[in-house]
Each structure stands twice: as C-alpha cells, then as structure tokens.
Design a protein around this ligand. Structure first.
Ligand SMILES: Nc1ncnc2c1ncn2[C@@H]1O[C@H](COP(=O)(O)OP(=O)(O)OP(=O)(O)O)[C@@H](O)[C@H]1O
Length: 550
C-alpha cells in the first residue's frame, strides 16, 4: 500500500510517539468496553459496581480522551508536514525537469496531483489514524471475547474470514474503477482548461462552443458513471458488514444456547461484546473506500514523482555552477543538431535540422522563414530547451552535452512567442526600482504600469505592452545571449523601429549575442547575418549588407 510506505517516510521518533499514543488510546478504549460489560453483568445479577470500578472507569476515560486528542492532533500535523513535503518535491522536480518531460506529464494530471489529490489525502489521513485506533480496540476486545468464550471467538473469526474474502474481492474490482476514474478526471481538468483558455474563441463561435461542450459532456458523463460505480463500493462494503454481523450474531444467539453446553448463561454477555468487536471492524470497513481512493491518488502522485525523478533534474545551483565555464565564451557552434516533434505517423512528425551554424559573441543574427519552417523549434534547440537528438553543440570548441546543457541554458535570456510574464522580477530581487521604472518609461508604459514593492502593478495590458515588460525583465537579467521570437510582431511602427534600431544594436554593442526571429524584412540590413530556414533546415545564411536600408 502506497499509504503505508508514505507514512513510513516520516520521522521515526514522531511515528513512535504517534503510534504509542494511538495504541494507548485503543487500550483505554478497550478497558472502557470491558468495564461497561462487567458492570452490565453485575447489574443484571442484582449487584452494584464498586468504587474501584468507578475510579477505574474515570481513569481509563481520561487516558483515552487525552491520548486520543493529543494523538489525533499530532498525527494531523505530521501528515500535513509529509504532504507539504511531497507537494514541494513534485513542484520542485517539475520546475527542474526538462521541458519535454513536463509536457509529457500533462497539465491536468499535474493540477490534479498537486492540489486535488493531496487535499483528499489530507482529509483521509485522520480517518486512517482513527482506524488504527479501532484496530487496537478490536484486538483487545477479541482477547476479552476469547476469555469469555473460545467458541464465540471462533465464530467471530470465521465470520470475519468470510468478510475478508468478500472485502478483498470488492476492493480489487474497485481499484480498477478508481484508476480509470483518476485518468478521466485528469482529462476533465484538461477540458476545463481549454474552456477557460479558449473563452474568447468559444464565445465568438457558437458551433465550436457547442462541439467543445459536447466533448466535455461526454467526459463528464463518463466520470459520473465511474463515480456512481465507485459509490457502489460503499454500498457493497456496508452490505458486507451487515452480512457478517448478522451471520455471527445469529449463530451465537440461536445456536449457542442449544448446541454448545455452558454457553446459554453468558449469551447475554457475549452479544454486547460481539457488537463491540464488530463496531470497530464496521467502522474500518465503512472508511476503507476512502482509504482505497487515497491510496490510488497517492500512487498517482508517487508515479508522477518517480517519472520526474527518473527523467533527471538539475538543481539551479548546479546549473549556475556549470554555466560559469561558458560565461566568457566567444563562439557557439551548432554542428548538425536535430530535434523531432514526434507525431503518431512519421509523415506528421517535424524535424528541425540538421542545423550547422557558428555564432560569435557580439553578433546580431536574424532567423527568417515562412510559418511552420521551424524557427521557434530551432530557437528552443539552440538554447538547450529541446535536447539535440543528433549532432553536437560546442562552446569555444568544447562539446556541451548531458548535464552541461543546463549550464548552457543559463547563458540565454529569451522571449518566446508563448512567453509567460511573471508579476515579480523573480531572480532579480535586488533590481533597483528606479532603474525598472526608468525602463518602463522608456518602453512607453509610463502611466500604464509601475514597479512597486517588488512587483509590476498591472499585468492586464495589451500583448505588445506585456512583451515590453518581458523585455525589461530580459534586459535586467543581463545575460550574454538574447533570443527574441517574433518579439516585434505586436509592436506599433514606432516601437518596432526602436526595437530594431536602438535596442538590438545597443545589446550588440554591449557584446551580447542576439538571435531574433523576424518577418520584418525592412530591417534585415541591420543584422550581421540573416539565416533562412525552410522545412527545419538552413536554406541560406547571408550577411545583412545583402539588403539595403529602405
Ligand atoms: N509542441 C509541438 N509538438 C508537436 N509539433 C510541434 C510543436 N511545436 C511545433 N511543432 C511542429 O513543428 C513545426 C514547426 O513549428 P515552429 O513553431 O518551429 O515553426 P515556426 O517557423 O516558428 O512557425 P511560425 O512562424 O508560425 O511561428 C510545425 O509545423 C509544427 O507542426
């Protein structure tokens, strides 16, 4: 069980304390049951309970209450700590994993694992502690039952044996249902994601909206059926418990007085003890669908965690250390590198490369080509976000491969077409607000946005304006290589001119290597080199002088 392994990962001392308190609470609970049963027998026989029994009862109750309170609170804190550690680890591994690995795991699955499943676990764990306590109570109640009547004990074990067989069979069946349910729920989250992200398109195009809704309804209906099926799990468990209870009580109440000598007198004592024994068992069984659900969820999280761990990750500190070897580079040579976007059929797959290109520090390179010619893929391949399937990358003649690619990535500042704008300058916490606000003014954003308390005051800006904020962050990063993927596409004529005639040349002047994907042919003369791609390969590589200023 994934849950047992997970809890086993907690601090030994804490586990020991939690376990001891739970066992003590269970023992005190069992003592209370025995005392109540004895007192009932005394009263039935016309006697009165002694003072010692009163005192014993009060002490047992105090121990039970205190241990229970402390044990439950303690275990809750312990479990939340474990869950927090797991959440942080998954997000950390995700952040440090390769781009393709994160894409493969899928957004729906990740959202579900990190929030939904961990929340479910957090609700289920206190019940698990309670079940552990019920098990202790059951063990002591059974010892008492054995003492009262070995025959009744045997009947109990027999009935429970039948119950366990039913329990295992039911659980096996529902584990499959729960696994499928988990996968469908992840797909539902992806579908909801599309409804949110595609809000504009869906509102403008009613037929598309209806089709998306139809697909979502189909998924939702499938989830509903699976949820109904998993609800049957509870029903089957409750019915099983009733069956075991009445089987056992029936045998004891009807058969014992007639067929087993010496048992008729204590039947009135056996029945409550059997009910006490079946009580904890019934509670454990009733809660077990939740445990199974939590176990399946936890297995899912641990699977993602293992997937991310197996794919390998590089800690930021290691990446920064690796980058030190390259910070003073002169040239980067791409020698026959390729990357393929795999599709279901080879004809639908797209390969960028083999790219053979040597870039020198202080150069301004424009990458040009038609839509789908592979410019963005080539950029991601060049900066190490996509792994090169063939060929090598050399920095000043030294091959960069394996973990060193993480070091190479640290040289790049990039603004991709699908860039993400963070509200804070993460990683640039010491940025001078005056400098940031001066840059905001220079980008023509004065009055629109300010940089205050370490964050941009507004992110709801036009795409072009958001790209200018992303440019500010990139400039402040001050890295040796800049990648701009169609940065100017959403800029007005005035700012396009500023970008090509002021910003890019100033970066080159500072000794940066600047690689920009562009369709703005009127500025190609400003580049040192213009490289044209088609079908993922370089068609030509010409000096900017080839073009004249318009
Ligand atoms: N994430 C992806 N998964 C699968 N295939 C992809 C992916 N991204 C791009 N492709 C494929 O790679 C090809 C090249 O895409 P890419 O975005 O590199 O071209 P591009 O030259 O930058 O295009 P554009 O000028 O339209 O931005 C596309 O035809 C597409 O089929």
């Amino acid at each position: 069980m994934a849950i047992a392994t997970f809890i086993g990962g907690a601090d030994r001392r804490q586990l020991w304390i939690m376990g001891s308190l739970t066992v003590l609470a269970g023992m005190a609970n069992a003592a209370l049951v025995v005392m109540i049963n004895d007192v009932t027998a005394l009263v039935a026989g016309g006697d009165r309970p002694s003072l010692w029994i009163w005192v014993g009862f009060a002490i047992a109750f105090l121990i039970y209450y205190q241990c229970n309170t402390f044990g439950l609170l303690h275990s809750n804190a312990l479990i939340e700590h474990l869950l927090n550690r797991l959440r942080l680890d998954v997000v950390d591994k995700l952040r440090q994993s390769e781009l393709l690995v994160a894409d493969r795991v899928g957004r729906g699955s990740l959202y579900s694992m990190v929030s939904h499943e961990t929340n479910h676990l957090s609700v289920t764990f206190p019940l698990l502690v309670d079940s552990f306590q019920q098990t202790v109570l059951l063990v002591f109640s059974l010892i008492y039952l054995l003492y009262l009547s070995p025959a009744a004990f045997a009947v109990f074990l027999l009935a429970v044996g039948v119950g366990i067989m039913g329990y295992v069979a039911i659980n096996r069946r529902f584990r499959v249902t729960l696994n499928i349910l988990g996968q469908r729920q992840n797909r539902m989250l992806d579908a909801i994601d599309s409804v949110i992200l595609g809000a504009k398109e869906l509102r403008l195009h009613s037929a598309r909206g209806a089709a998306v809704e139809k697909a979502y309804r189909r998924l939702s209906r499938a989830c509903e059926s699976l949820l109904v099926a998993s609800g049957e799990h509870w029903a089957e468990m409750i019915l099983l418990t009733s069956f075991v209870t009445y089987l056992m009580l029936g045998v004891v109440a009807f058969a014992f007085p007639h067929f087993i000598t010496g048992q008729s007198l204590i039947v009135f004592q056996l029945v409550p003890v059997l009910l006490f024994c079946i009580g904890p068992l019934a509670k454990i069984v009733a809660q077990s669908p939740m445990f199974l659900r939590a176990d399946v969820g936890l297995e899912g999280i641990l699977h993602v965690q293992r997937q991310l761990a197996a794919a390998g990750s590089i800690a930021p500190a290691e990446a920064r250390a690796l980058a030190e070897a390259y910070t003073d580079f002169r040239t980067i040579a791409y020698d026959g590198i390729t990357f393929t976007h795999q599709a279901e059929t080879p004809e639908d797959s797209f390969t960028a490369g083999p790219l053979t290109l040597t870039l020198t520090r202080g150069e301004l390179i424009f990458i040009v080509g038609g839509n789908g010619s592979g410019k963005s893929t080539a950029m991601k391949l060049m900066c190490g976000l996509y792994p090169a399937k063939q060929g090598v990358i050399r920095v000043d003649g030294d091959v960069v491969a394996g973990r060193a690619i993480a070091g190479l990535r640290e040289l790049f500042s990039a603004i991709f077409v699908d860039f993400h704008l963070f509200d804070r300058l993460y990683g640039l916490e010491n940025a001078d607000p005056l400098t940031v606000n001066r840059l905001i003014d220079e980008m023509g954003l004065a009055g629109k946005v300010r940089f205050e308390n370490g964050r941009f005051t507004r992110l709801h800006l036009s795409t072009g304006q958001r790209k200018r904020l992303a440019l500010i962050a990139a400039l402040l990063e001050d890295r040796p290589i800049y990648l701009f993927d169609e940065w100017s596409a959403e800029q007005d004529i005035h700012f396009r001119k500023t970008f090509y005639e002021t910003i890019l040349p100033s970066l080159r002047k500072k000794g940066k290597l600047v690689i920009a994907v562009t369709h703005d042919e009127r500025y190609w003369h400003l580049a040192d080199r213009v490289v044209k791609l088609d079908l993922g390969s370089i068609v030509w590589d010409r000096p900017g002088e080839h073009w004249s200023a318009p």
